[in-house]
Design a protein around this ligand. Structure first.
Ligand code: R5P
Length: 288
């Protein structure tokens, strides 16, 4: 088994190589003057099991994923495991209004074409895995235990999710951190506006860790930390799997929080922990 590194996640891929003690498939990637991607495998992969590590966000990374997976099959790879650290379009996970694209499904139908197995990380909705209906196996790996260990190191007393729907993340992280968990009450008004109903929590004088799958605009975490400060929390940290940080959200949060951390599914200045160990565990299971 060897690993083929796309261009989206070099740090995570390097950690996977180290954790699994395997080699990289050498390849050449460059852009033509018109911006289109040129791909050439340097190594032969005939008859091999290859793990392709590549997120599908932003859009050009999805195109790269398709070109790399197809090239592996064209060159005779025996099997291809697609590791998708951050799955683009995950949040368009149903038709909210008639006529909309069911984007999470559409992406899966196309991405799976040259795959045998799929590993995603903290998919926004686990049911999206069912859309990969022509592969042998799918799995949604969670970094919440990794986050739990990290929060334990920060001395958190309580782990919270911003809403009830994400409370499983808080539970997973809190179990590892060895503390209690709960959730806040969030109502999303639109893509940029959230309202946090101040659910009364026992946070006075406590060190609180907020966990979520994605931080995008940062509006959710901003409201959550305001609510917690109003209720007397001593320190407030936020951790997520996927730090998208659109529209300057990161800087605002860094100044509002005692600490802001994300995993290497989207590498950025807040990346403080890695998805490599849980992902490597699943790769070992698949490879037997
Ligand atoms: C929503 O359901 C997700 O779990 C996140 O809470 C959301 O994507 C965060 O978005 P934002 O940072 O824009 O508030």
């Amino acid at each position: 088994m060897r690993i083929l590194q796309g261009s989206s996640n070099p740090a995570l891929t390097e950690k996977l190589v180290q954790t699994l003690g395997t080699d990289i498939v050498r390849r050449e990637l460059m852009r033509f003057p018109d911006g289109e991607l040129y791909i050439k495998m340097i190594d032969d992969v005939k008859g091999e099991d290859i793990v392709l590590v590549q997120s599908t966000y932003p859009d050009h990374n999805a195109v790269e994923f398709l070109l790399l997976s197809r090239t592996l099959k064209d060159m005779g790879a025996r099997s291809v495991v697609g590791v998708i650290p951050y799955y683009g379009y995950a949040r368009q996970d149903k038709v909210f209004k008639e006529g909309e694209s069911f984007s999470a499904r559409t992406m899966a139908k196309h991405l799976q074409m040259d795959l045998d197995h799929v590993i995603c990380v903290n998919l926004h909705k686990e049911a999206t895995l069912y859309e990969f209906d022509s592969v042998m196996s799918t799995v949604n790996v969670s970094v919440m235990e990794v986050i739990g260990s990290f929060l334990q190191g920060l001395g958190v007393d309580l782990v919270l999710s911003p809403d009830k729907g994400a409370m499983n993340y808080a539970r997973e992280a809190a179990e590892t951190a060895g503390c209690s968990f709960d959730h806040l009450e969030k109502t999303r008004m639109d893509g940029r506006t959230v309202i946090m109903t101040p659910k009364k929590l026992d946070v006075h004088g406590k060190v609180v860790g907020i966990v979520d799958d994605i931080i995008a605009t940062g509006g959710t975490i901003q409201k959550a930390q305001e609510t917690l400060r109003e209720q007397g929390a001593r320190e407030v940290y936020a951790c997520c799997a996927h730090g998208l940080f659109t529209g300057g959200g990161r800087d605002r949060l860094v100044s509002a929080l005692d600490g802001l951390y994300s995993s290497d599914t989207i590498e950025n200045p807040t990346t403080a922990f890695s998805a490599a160990v849980p992902v490597a565990g699943r790769i070992r299971e698949i490879m037997g």
